[in-house]
Ligand binder design. Structure first.
Ligand SMILES: [Zn+2]
Length: 196
């Protein structure tokens, strides 16, 4: 009998996928369209706007946060953050995109505690608006003679890579996703819904 041997990291991510999908049909629809790919190209979990890539060492070291981290990259894909970047600076755009989706992710699953600290900083704002605010903030800081130290995209223990967790690969516009978003409004859960 032919059997496919899965790595422990792949098994963990598959388990996360099941858990996430069970929480909301919208998440399920985007997750099951993405391929799960084990890779050591970057240090964490990331997306090219279509698939979900994960570093096995990161998965092993961050067991408590895998559902949250997978959901975050899946939301980047669903919100078309790769294609919406356009001319914008990659690192700042990545940071803005994170601010725009993490509060929602945290209504369903936990991430590293430091990533929860920024929730509510930019309520109800699109990544483009947040990007502009971050840009203004940096310009003001430079005029004052010091660069801002905030780098929300980087994990404190440095397992958030300098290379952001989505790459600038050309993203196929999936208009269907917008319909799915409308069809499956995401239920807002109370704080008792946090965790996995
Ligand atoms: Zn992110």
């Amino acid at each position: 009998m032919f059997q496919i041997k899965l790595s422990s990291a792949m098994r963990r991510v598959l388990m996360a996928r099941e858990k996430i999908a069970r929480r909301n049909p919208f998440f399920a629809s985007i997750l099951f369209n993405a391929r799960l790919v084990e890779s050591e190209k970057h240090q964490t979990i990331w997306t090219d706007g279509i698939n979900v890539y994960f570093n096995p060492d990161y998965v092993k070291a961050n067991d408590n946060f895998i559902e949250g981290d997978v959901l975050e990259v899946v939301m980047h894909a669903a919100m078309q953050h790769v294609g919406r970047r356009k001319h914008r600076d990659l690192e700042r755009w990545n940071e803005a995109a994170d601010y725009s989706i993490r509060p929602l992710v945290h209504q369903f699953f936990r991430q590293h505690p430091d990533l929860h600290a920024d929730d509510g900083k930019y309520p109800d704002k699109a990544a483009e608006e947040i990007y502009e605010l971050l840009e203004k903030k940096q310009t003001a800081a430079l005029l004052r003679g010091r660069a801002p130290t905030e780098r929300a995209c980087l994990h404190p223990s440095s397992h958030r890579p300098i290379v952001p967790h989505f790459c600038g690969i050309q993203y196929r516009t999936v208009r269907l996703l917008s319909l799915v978003i409308i069809a499956y409004p995401i239920r807002v859960r109370g704080t008792d819904g946090v965790g996995n």
